[in-house]
Design a protein around this ligand. Sequence first.
Ligand code: GDP
Length: 364
Amino acid sequence: SLSVGIVGLPNVGKSTLFNAITESAKAQAANYPFCTIEPNVGVVEVPDRRLYEIARLERSKKITPTFIEFVDIAGLVRNASQGEGLGNQFLAHIREVDAIAMVLRCFEDPDIVHIEGSVDPVRDAQIIDLELIAKDLETVSKRLEKVEKMARIGDKKAKEELEKLSMLREILEGMEPVRRRELAQDVREYAERVLFLLTIKPVLYVANVDEEGLKGNEHLEKVMGYARNEKAPVVAICAKLEAELVSLPAQDRKELLLAYGLEEPGLNRLVREAYKLLGLITFFTAGEKEARAWTIKRGTKAPQAAGKIHSDFERGFIAAEVINYEDYIKVGSISKAKEMGLVRLEGRDYQIKDGDIVYFRFNV
Ligand code: GDP
């Protein structure tokens, strides 16, 4: 499943947030189909009311949501790429995640030391990016050395690669994360899949505010301004409150949320934003036995979506019976929707939409 790495300077609230995530994961453990979970990995349900509505209306016996992984990546400090602190082992962990949630301290608390001496989330974000940029520069330079030699002896492919590398180096030498630039498709793929650059991974900023800050504070404002430059999402949460919420029984949780004027835990927003950031959408399958949510990349066509369920479904794909949740919920049942002719028959070129309820027809 897709994973999001939680990074940030020390004392910004990463562990508090991560603990809230794993606690909520434990509560959902019964739902979780995979068994071994590493200590620094928290697997959480992607909250989706639609799935529960579908299950209720179809009287499904079992409900299976989709999940997203959060990985706690500790050890980032200024000059970490030069071996400060725990060294740069953690950079390898960042390489393995699909997106980065950068936790920024946006709360004042004289009792909690800030490693940089003051609360300044934009500076913190820049420190982290500089570490990632330094590592990427190292990656690019090493590769450049090799490829330059190959180009000198007339390797044509090497020359093409050289161009890409020079372009990437220029961006990084300008102290800019690669993700901020519009890149040609081939350069992007090269940076992602050949070099595994860190600064090309999509980022979402988690502004850790105190309880009062949930309505906004000056630090949060600055983070929003900063994030706008790269069109990155910002999720304001209070990690401390999240940790408290997961420890409460459902009724008390509701009351505490209400007291802060919140509709749902910040964790839900975080998960949804991460999901969006990764370009993911959900489709459903539903019947008496089970109502289930499935995750696919936006743009996935019907046969490949079917393949998520079973490779036979993809191989033997004939057609997909589809109704979107918006239409479904007006009618209230799949069988009624069928009677009314609202369930469409789609072929192999159909791109599954978010919220589609799908029944695949296939040959065995
Ligand atoms: P980490 O080093 O980034 O993992 O940070 P921790 O999660 O260990 O948090 C550092 C300290 O800040 C702990 O004492 C937390 O209780 C505290 N903390 C975390 N979030 C908040 C918050 O939203 N408000 C306040 N006042 N303290 C917080």
